[in-house]
Design a protein around this ligand. Sequence first.
Ligand code: DX5
Ligand code: ZN
Length: 219
Amino acid sequence: TRAIRIAPSILSADFARLGDEVRAIDAAGCDWIHVDVMDGHFVPNITIGPAVVKALRPHSSKPFDVHLMISPVDQYVKDFADAGADIISFHPEAGPHPHRTVQLIKSLGKQAGVVLNPATPAKMLDYLIDDVDLVLVMSVNPGFGGQSFISSQLRKIEAIRKMIDKTGRDIRLEVDGGITVETAPLAIAAGADTLVAGTATFKGGPDQYAANIHALRGG
Ligand code: DX5
Ligand code: ZN
């Protein structure tokens, strides 16, 4: 069995105390810090930009896993790379040229991830998978925390696990949306190795973060 990584989404953190929140989840044993970037155009919500990523960077030395929900993508990739992102993921529909975006992220020395929305088939990866470092399967429609896990995505995770194993490369398979102690084992059984969790990490306040993260790993 593979080691499970937990990537708390700071979308569910207290935005008035973001630096402290990042320190708290780091101390609580998370693996990555998941940053949800929304532009009010590709998704119906607006969150944070490169200035906030830069401000948070000194608060943790763990990888910053930056999930871009912005369209178009390319014009802001360098800003997030410079701000301290380690992994930069984007939605191919945000366009216009997903393959070019992967090359751009890699040219900046960062890991590149492709994100598939619930209605986007695994097949979207056919001509991208050989170049990416991570595939992120959305198990909710992007835009908000606290939504329910869409079970049909388990089949997609299984299919992508097979695709990844066939490449023989170390590509992370991440799942994002509605991850709880109930759904985490399903995602892991389907082949996921990295779990994003907003609500389930931050519930109960800082005293609970370590226990929440431990529970998501499978206890
Ligand atoms: C949704 C974001 C997710 C979200 C997850 O667009 O990409 O990262 O914050 O939140 P939970 O874990 O609460 O479903
Ligand atoms: Zn996300």
